[in-house]
Design a protein around this ligand. Structure first.
Ligand SMILES: [Zn+2]
Length: 314
C-alpha cells in the first residue's frame, strides 16, 4: 500500500510487485489536525486493503523524515513537528509501516519503474511550486546520515542571491521552481519588448499563473520561452555541480514544469555543459522527463515499504 500525504490531498493505492496500481482513492487532507490525518489514512488502508493481501504500508510526505523512516521532524504544509507517525500508524494497522520524503518516493518510483529503470545512478529534480530532489547511487536511495539528503532545492546557485523560504540566500528553488518561472515571466512582462504578450495576458487575468505561461509556451511566445530558458539555465548550472559530486548517468525532471519536455531540457543541457568542471573530458549524462506523473509518490512509497518489510520481516 502506498499513501501520499500532500498539503491538500491524501492519495492511497494498492501497488503490485511490478509497480502497477491495482486500486486507488483520494481524500482531502485535514492539514491542521495530525490525529485526523491518522484516521483518514487508517480508514483508507482498511478500505483499499479489505480483500487484498497487503504486505506493508509506505507513506510519502513533504518534509524532513529521520533516517529510520519513522519520525517526521518537520512538514511545511501539515501541522507535524517531531511526529512519530510510523509507530502511530503501525499500531493502528498492525503491519509494517515506513515513511519517506515525497520527492524521495517519487524518485524511487522513476528509478524502479519509470524514466530511470535502466540506470544505476540517477538524480531527480521535481519542479513544482518549489524544487524537490531524489538521489539514487549504486541502486540505493541516498538518505544521508540524518535522513535529509537530496534536498536539492536548497543547493546554492547564486552567491548572495534571492532569499529562500529556508532562510538561506540564492537557493536553486529561487531560480529553478514553478514559482521562480512566474517571477521571471513577470520581470519579462515588466520590461516590455518580447514581454508584450505576457503583459497583456497578465492584464486580462489579473496575474500570471502556470496555465497562462504553459499556454503561451505552446504558442511559441518569445517572452514565455525566454522565461523557461532562464529557468533551464538555473537548473543546468545546479546539475553541473551535482555531477561533480554524484556523477549520475541521468537527470530526471518531474513536476508540472517538466511537461515542457525538450523546451526545458535543451537549455538545461546547454547550461550544464557550460558549467561542467573539466568539460569535454566527461561523458554526457542523459536529461529526461519523468514518466509516472502524479502516481510516482504512491508507487514509490509502496515499493520502499515492500523492500523494507522483506529486509526486516516482522
Ligand atoms: Zn533554500
Amino acid at each position: 500500500m502506498g499513501i501520499d500525504i500532500g498539503g491538500t490531498k491524501i492519495a492511497g493505492a494498492v501497488v503490485s510487485d511490478d509497480g502497477q496500481i491495482i486500486a486507488e482513492e483520494r481524500q482531502p487532507t485535514p492539514a491542521g489536525d495530525p490525529g485526523a490525518i491518522l484516521d483518514v489514512v487508517v480508514e483508507m488502508v482498511q478500505r483499499l486493503g479489505a480483500d487484498r493481501p497487503i504486505v506493508a504500508t509506505g507513506v510519502a510526505a513533504a518534509g524532513f523524515i529521520d533516517s529510520a523512516q519513522s519520525v517526521v521532524y518537520y512538514a511545511p504544509n501539515i501541522n507535524w513537528r517531531n511526529e512519530p507517525f510510523r509507530d502511530r500508524l503501525r499500531d493502528r494497522l498492525g503491519m509494517d509501516v515506513t515513511i519517506d520524503n515525497d520527492a524521495n518516493a517519487a524518485g524511487w518510483a522513476e528509478f524502479r519503474f519509470g524514466a530511470a529503470r535502466d540506470a544505476h545512478d540517477m538524480t531527480m529534480l521535481t519542479i513544482g511550486t518549489g524544487v524537490g530532489g531524489a538521489i539514487v547511487t549504486g541502486d540505493r536511495l541516498l538518505r544521508g546520515g540524518f535522513g535529509t539528503a537530496g534536498e536539492l532545492g536548497h543547493l546554492r546557485v547564486v552567491p548572495d542571491g534571492l532569499l529562500c523560504g529556508c532562510g538561506a540566500q540564492g537557493c536553486l528553488e529561487q531560480y529553478g521552481s514553478g514559482r521562480a518561472l512566474l517571477r521571471m515571466a513577470d520581470e519579462i512582462a515588466d520590461a516590455g519588448g518580447i514581454g508584450l504578450s505576457l503583459a497583456e495576458a497578465r492584464r486580462r487575468a489579473g496575474k500570471l499563473d502556470g496555465t497562462i505561461i504553459s499556454g503561451l509556451i505552446a504558442e511559441g511566445d518569445p517572452g514565455a520561452m525566454s522565461a523557461l530558458r532562464q529557468l533551464g539555465h538555473g537548473l543546468g548550472q545546479a546539475c553541473a555541480s551535482l555531477s561533480a559530486v554524484l556523477d549520475p548517468e541521468l537527470f530526471v525532471f518531474g513536476g508540472g514544469v517538466s511537461i515542457a519536455g525538450d523546451l526545458l531540457l535543451d537549455p538545461v543541457r546547454e547550461s550544464y555543459l557550460a558549467h561542467l568542471p573539466a568539460r569535454g573530458f566527461h561523458p554526457e549524462p542523459r536529461f529526461v522527463v519523468a514518466e509516472l506523473g502524479n502516481d510516482a509518490g504512491v508507487v514509490g512509497a509502496a515499493d520502499l515499504a515492500r523492500i523494507h518489510a522483506k529486509a526486516a520481516p516482522g
